[in-house]
Design a protein around this ligand. Structure first.
Ligand code: ADP
Ligand code: MG
Length: 724
């Protein structure tokens, strides 16, 4: 079939497609299936001897390592449970630096020697695995002679059974470390940073008179994504290989109509959503909201917040589940940050808070002045953290794909600032001026410690243009991209909060030891924080050009691209922060910096080669065919003695010339050998390869608007975005 027929056939097939019937048992209660495939605490409570269960519980509460004897008992119960659920294999699931999820599968069955096999699974196999580390990026951490890596169960993240048409697998969420104990994954640092933050948060709580339980960080990720019919997806080599379109003119009907946002969800998509929700429920993932997003074909899912390490595992599992179920419904789920140029991109807002069951949410304003003072100290810590380490936050969300989104007037700019909302901003304003007396909203006057104002729990206003916004009981980090793991930003948030809370606790402890009145000490701490770090607070329009200028005057960094941002990972401040709080060693940070550059070079490299190939073999031929048609039309007219107008032929020939020149230039750019220094190579990619790709695309997109529709081979934006 010729290429253009593929497109026309795809359109016909899409129109004729009948989605699979979603067959739910009408009597089925969501509550019944929730967590049915999870080896949860309640399953453990039923299946484990009391003493063993208690020990596991203590391990989870204290984030301590699992006792080997306990591990054996847990493994045995877990195996029996998994076999009953139809599992034939088990897998240590880990999260390498590619940002994807990796699994090492093993069979439960061990041959016994007499021709039979025996289902075995010991504590040791539960707690530790040994995948080959050589096929995962490590940024020079692993010498070639030492290819081994270890995986170890994160006891706080429950094991689960993943259903598959070809058999079920018991999955165990694990950390992935090198022989020498260095983190090769995204989970290990989440656990380390969580611990560091907890220690200092608890010090602050003690100062406020609590005997606190272990503090944890919570994360509620909002995931945006696109759905595209599989027929179109398969007819677009760029979507298939790079996850985004490298060509495509803007559709005549754009999102300016704004009729998609919260509009009716197409029936076919609803079927998909119900199906995914059901699967997520079985896996104990609390999926809740769903609505259309700004762009056509774009949607969002936001599971309920959970402990950051669990939320981050669940987030990865959610993406895998979405991909699989979309396929079942004849669609492809796109997680790329910018699948379609000129159409709203996708982010993954990371909502975060800290607290625990006993002390509650520490970012929630309290009912009494004393509670409010505590709340303001935690907010003050956030202000210090984000101001001191804004560059690091930016680096934690840096990727080639997210570069297309950040600062594109639809997502926050690359400048990291904080939005507090009118009320809280006003409170900190008053603190800066020597003590808060009244809250803007309520105007209540409170005296004494009481100089801290009463706060209402609903700040009311919203600012969608801020990268880091207070939303009433949590902060929302809006810069993370839809394709990224939430682990990387959560590690940075935890680590910088550890530093800021350490600072707050130390200042307050010292003041108390010196006999200063506690309330005064709190006032003065907050006033100093506002004086030193208030520059990061910005309540205005983050999309405006004026903000770019003002931010620079305030000394805030504006790290526009991944290449500008990644060096933040190895700045002196970052290295000191991470080593002080035992989150990353210097070697680990250098490895992450190098992996970041490597991934950037690789992903743009794939796109550049695709651009060259598609431009040469798909777009140019369509355009040349049309040019030939026009030329023969001119010849025919001339032969017939009719006045031939050359303007149409010329209008096509111009961009064809540009396309050819662009392809030649891109070919040359790609032929150049990469510099062995990854920073030099990545900078070359950004400054030479990306612009060459853009030039090819510009010519191709112009041609799309000129070439006869029946000769155009690639499904258009119009088709992909509006036919579902
Ligand atoms: P919006 O689109 O208005 O920002 P959503 O309802 O789509 O809000 O998503 C809000 C997300 O924030 C959900 O994942 C929710 O669970 C999460 N969230 C709510 N409260 C907290 C909290 N205290 N800590 C962390 N995340 C939270
Ligand atoms: Mg949100």
């Amino acid at each position: 079939m010729s290429a253009n027929k593929v497109r026309l056939q795809a359109i016909t097939d899409v129109e004729a497609y009948v989605p699979p019937a979603v067959s739910f048992d009408p009597g089925e209660e969501p509550g019944e299936i929730f967590g049915q495939n999870v080896f949860s605490l309640s399953v453990m409570a039923k299946r484990l001897p009391k003493s063993v269960y208690k020990s596991v519980l203590a391990t989870i509460e204290k984030s301590a390592p699992l006792d080997p004897l306990v591990a054996d008992a847990v493994a045995s119960a877990m195996k029996d449970w998994a076999l009953e659920k139809g599992a034939t294999h088990y897998a240590h699931v880990f999260y390498p630096l590619t940002g994807l999820t990796a699994e090492k599968h093993d069979s439960f069955l061990d041959p016994v020697g007499d021709g039979t096999a025996f289902a075995s699974f010991s504590g040791k196999t539960l707690v530790q695995g040994e995948p080959d580390a050589s096929s995962f990026p490590n940024g020079g951490l692993r010498n070639t002679f030492e290819a081994r890596g270890y995986t170890g169960w994160d006891v706080m993240s429950p094991a689960y059974v993943l259903e598959n048409p070809n058999g079920n697998t018991l999955c165990i969420p694990t950390v992935f470390i090198s022989m020498t104990g260095e983190a090769l994954d995204h989970k290990t640092p989440v656990l380390r940073s969580q611990q560091a933050m907890a220690v200092h948060a608890e010090r602050v709580l003690r100062l406020f008179g609590h005997e606190p339980e272990r503090v944890v960080s919570y994360c509620g990720p909002e995931q945006e994504y696109f759905l595209v019919d599989s027929h179109f997806y398969l007819a677009r080599p760029d979507l298939l290989n790079a996850g985004r379109t490298l060509f495509g003119a803007k559709p005549p009907k754009g999102q300016e109509f704004d009729d998609h946002y919260f509009g009716a969800i197409p029936e076919r998509v609803l079927g998909f959503m119900m199906d995914t929700e059901r699967e997520l429920f079985k896996l104990g993932i609390p999926a809740k909201t769903r609505h259309n997003e700004v762009a056509p074909g774009q949607f969002e899912i936001a599971p309920m917040f959970e402990r950051a390490n669990v939320a981050s595992d669940h987030q990865q599992l959610l993406m895998t589940t979405f991909k699989a179920i979309a396929k079942k419904h004849g669609m492809e789920c796109l997680f790329h940050e910018k699948p379609f140029d000129g159409v709203n991109g996708s982010g993954k807002h990371v909502n975060f808070s800290i607290g625990n069951d006993a002390q509650g949410n520490l970012l929630l304003p309290g009912d009494t002045p004393h509670e409010n003072a505590q709340f303001l100290v935690f907010c003050g810590a956030v202000i210090r953290a984000v101001h001191k380490y804004g560059g690091l936050l930016r680096a934690s969300v840096a990727s080639a794909s997210n570069d297309h989104r950040l600062g594109a007037n639809e997502a926050p700019p690359a400048i990291i600032s904080i939005f507090l909302g009118d009320q809280l901003a006003d409170v900190f304003d008053q603190i800066a001026k020597g003590g808060a007396t009244r809250s803007k909203e309520k105007g209540t006057l409170i005296i004494g410690v009481d100089t801290l104002p009463d706060l209402s729990k609903d700040p009311g206003d919203r600012n969608r243009t801020s990268p880091f916004a207070f939303t009433g009981n949590r902060f929302e980090f809006r810069a993370p991209g839809s394709l990224q793991t939430v682990a990387a930003p959560m590690v940075v948030i935890n680590a910088i909060m550890a530093e800021a809370l350490d600072h707050c606790a130390t200042v307050l402890e010292t003041a108390v030891a010196e006999g200063t009145d506690f309330d005064e000490a709190v006032q003065s701490l907050l006033a100093t924080i506002v004086a030193d770090h208030g520059a990061v607070i910005f309540n205005g329009n983050g999309y405006s050009d004026e903000w770019q200028v003002e931010a620079e005057q305030r000394g805030l960094k504006n790290l526009r691209t991944t290449i500008d941002a990644l060096p933040e990972l190895i700045s002196d401040d970052a290295l000191e922060l991470f080593s002080t709080y035992s989150v990353f060693s210097e070697r680990e940070m250098h490895s992450r910096y190098e992996v970041g550059l490597e991934q950037y070079i690789l992903s743009v490299g794939v796109e550049a080669n695709l651009t060259l190939e598609m431009g040469t073999t798909i777009i140019l031929p369509s355009a040349v065919r049309y040019q030939t048609e026009l030329a023969s039309n001119v010849a025919t007219l001339k032969a017939a003695g009719v006045d031939a107008d050359l303007s149409l032929l010329e209008s096509v020939s111009g961009p064809i010339g540009e396309l050819k020149a662009g392809l030649a230039e891109l070919g040359d750019a790609l032929a150049k050998e990469h510099d062995h220094d990854p920073m030099v190579a990545a900078t070359y990619v950004r400054d030479t390869v990306l612009p060459a790709m853009a030039a090819v695309r510009a010519a191709a997109d112009t041609l799309e608007g000129l070439v006869a529709d029946d000769l155009w081979s690639l499904p258009t934006y119009q088709e992909m975005l509006y036919i579902l």
